[in-house]
Design a protein around this ligand. Structure first.
Ligand code: HAM
Length: 429
């Protein structure tokens, strides 16, 4: 027997009962970003592999192990984007959007692809909403990014369940000095490090800091601290950010081990983490990448941004039961018509009501059916009211309006008055 076709592991369908919550989240975020003056940009899902190698870094987990890379029919090496920052920088440069020091405040949404081991909150195709800002180099914009996410958590009802972790990685020179000190220290205790950290010590020593291995963590207690190696400019920048967060009343903790898994960061890095999702607790993460544009062939241009994982935020909304009631209901009114003549009239009537109430969610029964079966469908749809149109109603140009969720008695309403009547009894979504 042939094997039945299935979706690829770690790449999920979003089923009709789940999409309302996705759309709710997406519309909340996009409205918030509009209100703060950010503009949407849309980039392709596939880019030249070289783009990600050059920006994310050759010796990162993403580039070394997780990319979906293939050769296309021209022999070019292409990759499904594992994140959005690289492509956004590429697009901005290609179209000269940051030329002459122009400020850009951009956001994007879409699927990203990483060949990670799938588990709750970690998938191979996942979705991010990301924000990138160019040509603003002060801590005020770092603070704005954090403030707007804080507002979002408030609007979504998940603020109490997330915590902000902050760190500064300094300029690349400061980081190089710190890296040298860290390598010297860790090399002196090489035998006590786990195997993976020994490997990382050679390829990407800062990543040893976020090891999960308890023995290596114990060695790290006495390791040199990044904050002691920060250059003056980065230190002042970090102080400026902290002062703004204090003024805005946003709680945070400094996590000196926060280094991020992508190589392009400098100065500020941050993560919003939760303990509600098990192992995959980072719901939103980002930071500054002041050297990246230049490294990609552009003029020196500062950059800062973040991305949030949509699947993880959806899991948060579900876990914390922060699903607004109006999105659970998809239908306001369900129109049942009995007999051919009534069906014809129902179509015209429903279109008239739609003209008058463009936001009304009106579903018209399709496929005919007995009184009982149409009522069953009306009830199952979740509608607040069933409209009933049979031969008698047709003759008198009226409809029966029957409450389905216990809001009073059935009423008879003239066609001409129907829209007005529905407007008074339904709060439209
Ligand atoms: P990232 O930390 O790799 O950063 O990913 C950002 C967020 O995407 C994570 O915090 C998480 O919520 C979500 N995410 C990442 N991988 C997965 C996965 N396999 N399954 C589900 N969700 C996932 C970046 O991608 C940077 N581009 C962020 C940035 C923008 N930095 C500056 N600008």
């Amino acid at each position: 027997m042939s094997k039945s076709l299935q979706a690829i592991r770690g790449m999920n369908d979003t089923l009709p009962e789940q999409t309302p919550l996705w759309r709710y989240l997406e519309s909340k975020v996009s409205r918030l970003l509009d209100n703060y003056g950010y503009k949407q940009i849309r980039m392709p899902i596939v880019e030249f592999t070289e783009l990600f190698k050059r920006s994310i870094g050759e010796v990162t987990d993403i580039v070394e192990k997780e990319m979906y890379t293939f050769e296309d029919r021209n022999g070019d090496s292409l990759t499904l984007r594992p994140e959005g920052t690289a492509a956004c920088v590429r697009a901005v440069l290609e179209h000269g959007l940051t030329g002459g020091g122009q400020v850009q405040k951009l956001w994007y949404i879409g699927p990203m692809f990483r060949h990670e081991r799938p588990q709750k909150g970690r998938y191979r195709q996942f979705h991010q909403i990301g924000v990138e800002v160019f040509n603003l180099d002060g801590p005020d914009i770092d603070a704005e990014l954090i403030v707007l996410t804080w507002r979002l958590w408030g609007e979504l009802g998940i603020r109490d369940a997330v915590k902000l972790e902050l760190n500064s990685l300094g300029t690349s020179e400061a980081r190089a000095r710190y890296r040298a000190a860290l390598v010297e220290y860790l090399s002196s205790r090489l035998g006590e490090l786990d195997e993976d950290s020994q490997r990382r010590l050679k390829s990407n020593p800062l990543r040893v800091l976020d090891t999960k291995n308890a023995d290596t963590q114990a060695v790290l207690v006495d390791a040199p601290k990044m904050v002691d190696y920060l250059d003056e400019e980065s230190r002042v920048h970090f102080e400026g950010l902290k002062a703004r967060l204090d003024t805005a009343g946003i709680p945070y903790t400094i996590n000196p081990k926060l280094v991020r898994g992508l190589d392009y960061y400098s100065k500020t890095v941050f993560e919003w983490v939760t303990d509600k999702l098990g192992a995959q607790g980072t719901v939103c993460a980002g930071g500054r990448y002041d050297g990246l544009v230049e490294q990609m062939g552009g003029k020196p241009t500062s950059g800062v941004g973040f991305a949030m994982g949509i699947e993880r935020l959806i899991l948060m909304l579900e876990t914390l039961e922060q699903i607004p009631e109006e999105i659970a209901r998809q239908v306001d009114v369900y129109l049942c018509a009995f007999g051919e003549a009534a069906e014809l009239a129902a179509l015209a009537l429903s279109e008239r009501v739609r003209d008058q109430l463009p936001n009304l969610r009106l579903q018209i029964n399709a496929g005919a059916g007995s009184f009982k079966s149409q009522f069953k469908k009306a009830d199952k749809s979740g509608a607040l009211y069933a409209l009933i149109l049979g031969d008698d109603e047709l003759a008198q140009q009226v409809v029966g309006v029957k409450p389905l969720r216990g809001q009073g008695e059935q009423q008879t309403i003239a066609w001409d008055a129907l829209a007005e009547h529905l407007a008074t009894c339904i709060v439209q979504g």
